[in-house]
Design a binder for this molecule. Structure first.
Ligand code: NAG
Ligand code: NAG
Ligand code: NAG
Ligand code: NAG
Ligand code: NAG
Ligand code: NAG
Length: 777
């Protein structure tokens, strides 16, 4: 993406200077075949008081291994870490890497890797009215909490970061407002209290792989829009009459409008690099954030190689809640990322808000579609036009790639474009450039009914897969197919919602299948939030319209909703651990939709590996009654049960424990997942509940047993005398598959503790039971 404003052009020079120093380095880097590695050291490695600082220790250790002894180690050091891990990121050759691995203080070395933002393919579009959820938004909610957002930066002038109603910055805050291109300390305020940027990992990797330097602010300023959107979703101030291009209006505000935002820019035009992310987590932990919000991720890897998981463990120990997006690789199974048990993993759901833009075929048939194009104000958009779908050839013109559409064929027509390959809004730009008058975006079998809307640059609508089959059938059946688009504005409350978003990544976790992931789902389709004021609502360079808000879709948008809820809980209960906060969010989530029926996933009821415990219910999470707490050392025992080695566990937890002492262990997780391996017909899990509601509370258990399983709970009643009191219970699962159930490999149920008097307190855990025939996993 390029910057489009005049201001951006004048910035270009400084940008060039910024990258030119990196270019010099990149030349050297290629000559010596250097690569970025993250070197993790033993936290007690600096045993002698010989070094005056950790940084000096890191430099000295690095120096010992440089092949050319005259090299200055600081020219190789990207970052020195102390809080997220002990260690550093440095440029190393293969030889240097090999000898360094043998040093006694080195516990792990990992290559830097690239992660992605979790928006759906196109994050170029527009929006109208906000995700209002009713009366629980009290001003001041979230006050005192600080949410650290690792993302593409922030557009500080957005009205969502107005600080007029905010009290002074909390005294515990130690962060900074880092100066950079078009950004200085005057851009921070009492709402946006911190901003930093981390670019070294990205620039080295991007330049050594021959990408060109891109005009992008070398500062915390957001040139892509994603970070402005996610941070305002988490904790944006209330903005009345928020609208996009006049389409719809309402009050836009974040989940925790009283909370503060600190932005850590780690994602750049070529992606988000682990070394930059780890450096940001390192800083955020020291700065004093309460919540870390990460709407990004990569492919699932073992936890001891997962920098986000490792950095999050340190954060969790310091009382910081880490909330991450689950990824957009659904509906494929096992696609969930950010699956560590100390992270809250968030999938995406739909809202009950629709933007109908129906295709009316000349034969009278109506095909339902959705669009944010303000067509009601453009009568010409509603004319009947000739339909055209250009297929064949090598240019993949059915996808409407830029330059692929023959002008002679599409001029003045309504062009049908298939989803895929390029961004949705970009297809509209391609049609416009070729002289097309309107566009129908057609979902494929991959997107089915997914309805992520865009603020297209020309009249356009998005139709589902069934509708697209019908449309193409109609086009085949006649020589001059014609249609028009009827734009219907915004409709709220008529559709079944929430439902699981088609793209939301699914469990069970590939790496970590013994825990239900994602944990919960939250709104992630067509979310309206703040947008940089120098970008058009589609984010396309050609889009000269200007907006303060736009609409995006992805688990990226779901994550900050939960980050905001975690901030509310941090404010309300300063002594709660991140595990208790997550427990409150999970045990109060709802598996039914507005109609009181089970949440849908496509046209089927959603399973726990699509929605976790269900859809978040902030007002209930604020008062959960009971909580499942987990002490940091309990995760060590859990990692033992996963078969990790002592060294691997040490890398993650910095705890040196022998797994031999651990015979059987149940992690006190708020959801329950059991696996029957071949020959095992009985499993027992243990849980411990802490009373965070009222004294003298009696709870009794209610179980919905999974098919083919008998479930017994003891005790069936828990009598809490005091607040903070903890009581344990056990659950036995006995596999009782009857005839005809031989092929049953997975079943679901739930276990709920209900308060004897207060109906508000219902503490629900989803249950997943899996039968594995392969004894090895
Ligand atoms: C910071 O930026 C503002 C607005 O761009 C400018 O007016 C101010 O002089 C800058 N301050 C410093 C210290 O550079
Ligand atoms: C339309 O016709 C083409 C060629 O006859 C055929 O390949 C295609 O499957 C048809 N499409 C539909 C949706 O009927
Ligand atoms: C965006 O917000 C600013 C500040 O509140 C306001 O001056 C401007 O008119 C808004 N722009 C649009 C397009 O609404
Ligand atoms: C862990 O403890 C064992 C035995 O006490 C010791 O040999 C080993 O070096 C320790 N490992 C680490 C990483 O501290
Ligand atoms: C519960 O425990 C927390 C943390 O130990 C403490 O701050 C709080 O006062 C306790 N609450 C009650 C009612 O005992
Ligand atoms: C179980 O699966 C096998 C092979 O897929 C199939 O032949 C059999 O009919 C199935 N049994 C039942 C009860 O569905």
């Amino acid at each position: 993406m390029q910057l489009t404003s005049m201001a951006a052009k004048t910035q270009h020079h400084r940008c060039f200077f910024f990258f030119s120093t990196v270019l010099l380095l990149s030349g050297r880097l290629q000559a010596q075949n250097l690569q970025t590695y993250i070197v993790q050291l033993h936290p007690l490695g600096m045993a002698t008081p010989f070094y005056s600082s950790k940084l000096q220790w890191h430099l000295s250790l690095l120096q010992q291994f440089l092949v050319s002894p005259k090299s200055d180690p600081s020219s190789r050091l990207l970052y020195s870490f102390h809080s997220a891990i002990e260690g550093f990121a440095a440029l190393l050759s293969q030889d240097e890497l090999r000898s360094m691995q043998k040093h006694r203080d080195v516990i792990a070395i990992r290559p830097d890797n690239k992660l992605q933002l979790h928006t759906t393919y196109s994050y170029k579009f527009l929006g109208l009215n906000p995700t209002g959820q009713g009366g629980w938004y009290k001003s001041g909610f979230g006050r005192g909490s600080i949410i650290g957002v690792l993302d593409t930066g922030v557009w500080p002038e957005s009205p969502s970061f107005d600080d007029r109603s905010m009290p002074p910055v909390p005294r515990k805050w130690r962060g900074i407002c880092q100066q950079g291109q078009n950004f200085n300390s005057s851009n921070c305020n009492r709402k946006l209290i911190g901003a930093r940027f981390f670019t070294k990992g990205h620039n080295l990797a991007a330049l050594s792989s021959a990408h060109n330097a891109v005009a992008e602010y070398a500062s915390p300023r957001d040139s892509q829009g994603h970070g402005t959107h996610t941070s305002s979703t988490a904790a944006g101030a209330a903005v009345p009459m928020a609208s996009v291009l006049g389409s719809g209006a309402g009050v836009a505000r974040g989940m925790a409008p009283g909370a503060r935002i600190a932005i850590y820019k780690v994602c750049w035009i070529n992606g988000c690099y682990s070394s930059d992310i780890l450096a940001a987590m390192d800083a955020a932990i020291r700065d004093g954030v309460d919540v870390l919000s990460l709407s990004l991720g990569g492919f699932p890897v073992p936890l001891y190689e997962d920098n986000i998981a490792i950095g999050s463990f340190r954060a969790m120990e310091k009382g910081i809640s880490v909330i991450c997006s689950a990824g957009n690789n659904g509906p494929i199974e096992n696609s969930v990322s950010n699956d560590a048990p100390w992270i809250a993993t968030v999938g995406a759901s739909t809202l009950d808000r629709r933007f109908p833009a129906v295709v009316r075929l000349a034969n009278g048939k109506l095909l339902y579609g959705e669009s944010l194009y303000p067509g009601n104000r453009v009568p010409a958009a509603q004319r009947e036009l000739e339909l055209v779908y250009v297929t064949g050839g090598e240019s993949a013109s059915e996808f409407c790639l830029r330059g692929s559409l023959p002008k002679a064929k599409v001029r003045g027509k309504m062009v049908v474009c298939d989803r895929g390959i390029n961004g949705r809004a970009e297809k509209g730009q391609a049609v416009k450039e070729a002289g097309g008058a309107a566009m129908v975006l057609a979902n494929t079998a991959l997107n089915l009914g997914e309805d992520s809307v865009d603020a297209h640059v020309l009249p356009a609508t998005l139709i589902g897969f069934d509708e697209s089959v019908e449309l193409k059938g109609y086009m085949n059946s006649t020589t001059r197919p014609r249609a028009k688009i009827i734009f219907g504005g915004t409709v709220i409350g008529r559709s079944r919602a929430p439902a699981v978003a088609q793209f939301s990544s699914r469990g069970p976790s590939f790496i970590n299948p013994s825990i239900i992931k994602p944990d919960v789902i939250a709104p992630g389709v067509n979310i309206i939030a703040a947008w940089p004021q120098n970008l058009g609502p589609t984010g396309l360079p050609e889009d000269s319209r200007r907006v303060n808000f736009t609409v995006l879709s992805g688990t990226s948008m779901a994550c900050p909703h939960v980050s905001g809820i975690a901030a509310l809980l941090h404010s309300a209960y300063r002594t709660w651990t991140p595990a208790m906060i997550k427990s409150a969010i999970i045990t109060t989530a709802d598996f039914t939709d507005h109609l009181g029926k089970r949440i849908l996933d496509g046209d089927k009821p959603a399973g726990v590996f699509a929605m976790g415990a269900g859809h978040v219910k902030p007002e209930r999470a604020m008062n959960p009654g009971l909580a499942y707490d987990i002490r940091p050392e309990e995760y060590v025992a859990y990692l033992c049960t996963m078969g990790y080695t002592r060294a691997e566990i040490f890398t993650i937890t910095h705890r040196n424990t022998s797994c031999r002492q651990i015979k059987r262990f149940s992690l006190n997780y708020p959801s329950i997942s059991v696996t029957f391996r071949r020959g095992v017909a009985e499993r027992m899990v243990e849980r411990r509940l802490t009373n965070v509601g009222s004294p003298n509370s009696i709870y009794s258990v209610e179980v919905v047993a999974p098919e083919g399983v008998e479930v017994r709970v003891t005790p069936r009643r828990l009598v809490f005398k005091r607040v903070n009191q903890s009581l344990s219970y056990r659950v036995w699962f006995v596999s009782k598959k009857s005839r005809g159930m031989e092929n049953l490999s997975m079943a679901e149920g739930q276990l709920t503790w209900k308060h004897s008097q207060n109906r508000f307190y219902r503490v629900r855990s989803p249950i997943a039971v899996t039968w594995r025939s392969n004894p090895r996993n």
